[in-house]
Design a protein around this ligand. Structure first.
Ligand code: C2E
Ligand code: MG
Ligand code: MG
Ligand code: MG
Length: 279
């Protein structure tokens, strides 16, 4: 009996692995077509000033709803694209689209765009980004590039060169998911960031864990000592706002303020945000 149980467990495990491998293979096979047909595109999550909740920018977040597989999480298809060498094409396409959308927003609203770790070591990245800006007419000072700490540990020298290329072009750089990756404080001193984004794993616990609250406070103080802005990620509750402002964090995003919206909805949201600001 024990033997047959082991055998069936093994089969179950094997079938699970098969499904995973097959799903990745299918995503890989359909990525190119999905890009060509416009099935993958960005939605935009508002980034707000905590004091008055006014919108200061939007983060582009990739979305793909597959006719049979349903919503495929961006982390999944971006990791497949990284593995099969399709990331320059996918990311270039997403950035051109996002810039074309953002150029229609009011001039004081910026676009924040995620770059994956594999892209940071691509020597053509800076040129690719400048081309997307040029083609859309979006100015460099309205673009912020987000990268995670994991993008810095693969090849620090190349990352440093790419980041200084972006800075020289006038593009701002945000360190995403700060505290959740494998970075060191050394990176913060050596590289010039404009913003730290406090990872949701800290903010989501800040009201229930004294340690998490202490981490949030320490990150904000560190950022302010280095003259960096901070954005608190994953804000879902009104009660998180007071402590963040008291600690000196002025900007945030999260479901409390709104999730990622398609481009058309962003235009409506901006129109009502502006009329409220005037009233
Ligand atoms: P991220 O850049 O840290 O983006 C934040 C993620 O948290 C997004 O998930 C967003 O939808 C989610 N989120 C925002 N507010 C809340 C909240 O209040 N509560 C909760 N529970 N979640 C919240 P999403 O869209 O699934 O994206 C996941 C990750 O995929 C992103 O993490 C980013 O690393 C990556 N990603 C998304 N779009 C792109 C892209 O165009 N290019 C690259 N390279 N990566 C992307
Ligand atoms: Mg991000
Ligand atoms: Mg993040
Ligand atoms: Mg993340």
């Amino acid at each position: 009996r024990a033997k047959s149980e082991r055998a069936s467990t093994f089969h179950f495990f094997e079938a699970g692995m098969d499904r995973k491998v097959m799903r990745r293979a299918r995503i890989e096979a359909e990525l190119r077509k999905a890009v060509d047909e416009g099935a993958i595109h960005s939605h935009f999550q508002p980034i707000v000033r905590l004091g008055d909740r006014s919108i200061i920018g939007f983060e582009a977040l990739a979305r793909w709803t597959h006719p049979e597989l349903g919503d495929i999480p961006p982390e999944e298809f971006i990791s497949v694209a990284e593995d099969c060498g399709f990331i320059p094409k996918l990311s270039g396409y997403l950035l051109e689209n996002a810039c074309a959308v953002a150029v229609n927003w009011p001039k004081d609203i910026f676009l924040s765009f995620n770059i994956s770790p594999a892209e940071i070591s691509d020597p053509s990245l800076v040129l690719r980004i400048l081309k997307a800006l040029g083609r859309s007419g979006l100015t460099a000072d309205r673009l912020e590039i987000e990268l995670t700490e994991n993008a810095l540990v693969r090849d620090f020298e190349i990352a440093r060169r790419t980041l200084s290329g972006l800075r020289n072009a006038g593009i701002r750089i945000a360190l995403d998911d700060f505290g959740a990756g494998n970075s060191s404080l050394h990176h913060l001193r050596e590289l010039h960031f404009d913003r730290l984004k406090i990872d949701r794993s800290f903010t989501s616990q800040m009201l229930v864990s004294e340690e998490a609250a202490a981490m949030v406070r320490a990150i904000i103080h560190l950022a302010s000592a280095l003259s960096l802005s901070t954005t608190a990620e994953g804000i879902e509750m009104q009660d998180q706002i007071g402590p963040l402002i008291a600690d000196g964090c002025l900007e945030a995003q999260g479901h409390h303020f709104g999730g990622a919206l398609p481009a058309e909805r962003v235009a409506e949201l901006l129109a009502s945000d502006r009329s409220r600001a005037k009233a």
